[in-house]
Design a protein around this ligand. Structure first.
Ligand code: UD1
Ligand code: CA
Length: 455
């Protein structure tokens, strides 16, 4: 097999996005669009991957990390000029170079691979990846000669009315013979509507040198969408969403309404999970088998055990055990670990806490900076008073304790094993093992007083 190299173009600002964020960093289901391009290139086994950066260079670089080498295009003079910046890394190397735009995130690894193979088999010096679309507005058009061979590519802004009717577009992805690419680039000029050095001009240059140029037509025009504005971004997000959801459906996950369910690319889900509408599964989340999620549930960077139910809730950076029952309307904030067979009911907020197995917090509670053992019952309206205005303090509740309704547990404080806290208590001192703590004023009944008031 020939050596393979790749160049990703990512130096543009993306003016049409009307954003402070650089175009290639706009997320699609939580992942920056350029990251999809890099992931799809990985299986093609390129020896060198070079990303051309310019606008937001540092940000783009730190987002991509060690997956790529970088070259800086200081001024954005066009896509041919961008590719030229990679010359210092790739010059004189023999092999095939794929060039991909950082704003075409839906092209799959299979398509890249097919393009490489088609190019390597045909012996062409350049092969452009093209597709036929119903509305080609804005894209470069593929102009073919009488024999059907590709002659050149004309940009929308430079195209004649006749050329604008052509439905076959340049997807912005190409394979080149590496040496032929860099020698042809030297001949590209900026004599066009945008006064830019256009990479597609390389096709016409090679053709005029009697070199073989070719096109590989991909059937799936959904893959090749180029994201120049937020309309295209929303289309791409939709396509990616369905692609990811269908992958999970094929793996045995039930998704009741795939158009209304949003799952990030890194999420893993075991078979027989059911996801109800309006749910978002984000970041590095894992869902165990038989678990039911939603409707209207947001889970980010969490590990959820099997046979658990989570309804109408928000969870972030936390771990949940098996056979837990969460919601509706629970809020589980970062660094929380919930054990097995735990009940977290409506309007319960947990933060940076550990909740042991079989513990129940069924309604209206705030549990923050707390360590709870197993088999505890937390009465409705219980609050861990964790913040004194300066620092956070820890509440510890040991196994099998019973906390009565509407209790305040003023941290730092420990409720020892098997103890009871009477309803309405404000607990400021530790409670010993198997004891009852009552911390509220006694009731007095004034006999007949109400009747007297009514007279
Ligand atoms: C480009 C193609 C067009 C094709 C379309 C497919 C050219 C001249 N036109 O048009 O034929 O149909 O893609 O989506 O190539 N970039 C740089 N440096 C530059 C200019 C651009 O790095 O100086 C990068 C951009 O950041 C972007 C990519 O190259 O990721 C494509 O640039 P863009 O301006 O979006 O080109 P299009 O007008 O979409
Ligand atoms: Ca583009």
């Amino acid at each position: 097999m020939k050596s393979r190299f790749a160049i990703i173009l990512a130096a543009g600002q993306g003016t049409r996005m009307k954003s402070k964020l650089y175009k290639v960093l706009h997320p699609i289901l939580g992942r920056p669009m350029i990251q999809y391009v890099i992931e799809a290139l990985k299986p093609t086994k390129v020896e060198k991957l070079v990303t051309v950066i310019g606008h937001g260079a540092e940000k783009v670089k730190s987002e991509i990390g060690n997956d790529s080498q970088f070259v800086l295009q200081e001024e954005q003079l066009g896509t041919a000029h961008a590719v030229m910046q990679a010359e210092k890394i790739l010059e004189n190397k023999s092999g095939t170079t794929i060039v991909v735009c950082g704003d075409t995130p839906l092209i799959t690894a299979e398509t890249f691979d097919k393009l490489f193979e088609y190019h390597e088999r045909s012996g062409a010096k350049a092969t452009v990846l093209t597709t036929n679309i119903t509305d080609p507005t804005g894209y470069g058009r593929v102009i073919r000669g009488e024999s059907g061979d590709v002659e050149r590519i004309v940009e929308h802004k430079d195209a004649s009315d006749e050329e604008k009717k052509v439905k076959e577009i340049n997807t912005g992805t190409y394979c080149f013979d590496n040496e032929a690419l860099f020698s042809a680039l030297k001949k590209v000029n900026n004599d066009n509507a945008q006064q830019e050095y256009y990479l597609p001009d390389v096709i016409e240059i090679l053709k005029s040198q009697n070199e073989k140029v070719s096109a590989f037509i991909t059937e799936d025009d959904k893959e090749t969408i180029g994201i120049n504005d937020r309309i295209a971004l929303s289309h791409a997000e939709n396509i990616m969403k369905i692609r990811i959801n269908e992958m999970h459906l094929k793996n045995g996950v039930t998704i009741m309404d795939p158009t209304n369910t949003y799952i990030d690319p890194n999420v893993t889900i075991e078979p027989d999970v059911v996801v109800y509408p309006g749910s978002m599964l984000m970041g590095d989340t894992h869902i165990g088998t038989n678990t039911i999620i939603g409707p209207n549930t947001e889970i980010e960077n969490c590990t959820i055990g099997q046979d658990t139910v989570i309804k109408q809730s928000v969870l972030k950076d936390s771990n949940i055990g098996r056979e837990a029952n969460i919601g509706p309307f629970a809020h589980i904030r970062p660094e929380t670990t919930v054990g097995n067979e735990v009940r977290i009911g409506n309007f319960v907020e947990l933060k940076k806490s550990v909740i042991g197995d079989n513990t129940k917090i069924p309604h209206l509670s705030y549990i923050g900076d707390a360590n709870l053992g197993n088999g505890i019952n937390i009465g409705c309206g219980t609050i861990t008073v964790n913040y004194d205005g300066k620092e956070k303090h820890v509440t510890t509740i040991e196994d099998n304790a019973f906390i009565g309704c509407n209790s305040n547990l003023v941290a730092p404080v420990t409720i020892k094993k098997g103890s009871y806290v009477a309803a309405g208590s404000t607990i400021t001192n530790d409670v010993p093992v198997d004891s009852l703590a009552i911390a509220r004023s006694r009731q007095t009944n004034k006999k007949g007083y109400a009747a007297k008031m009514k007279k």
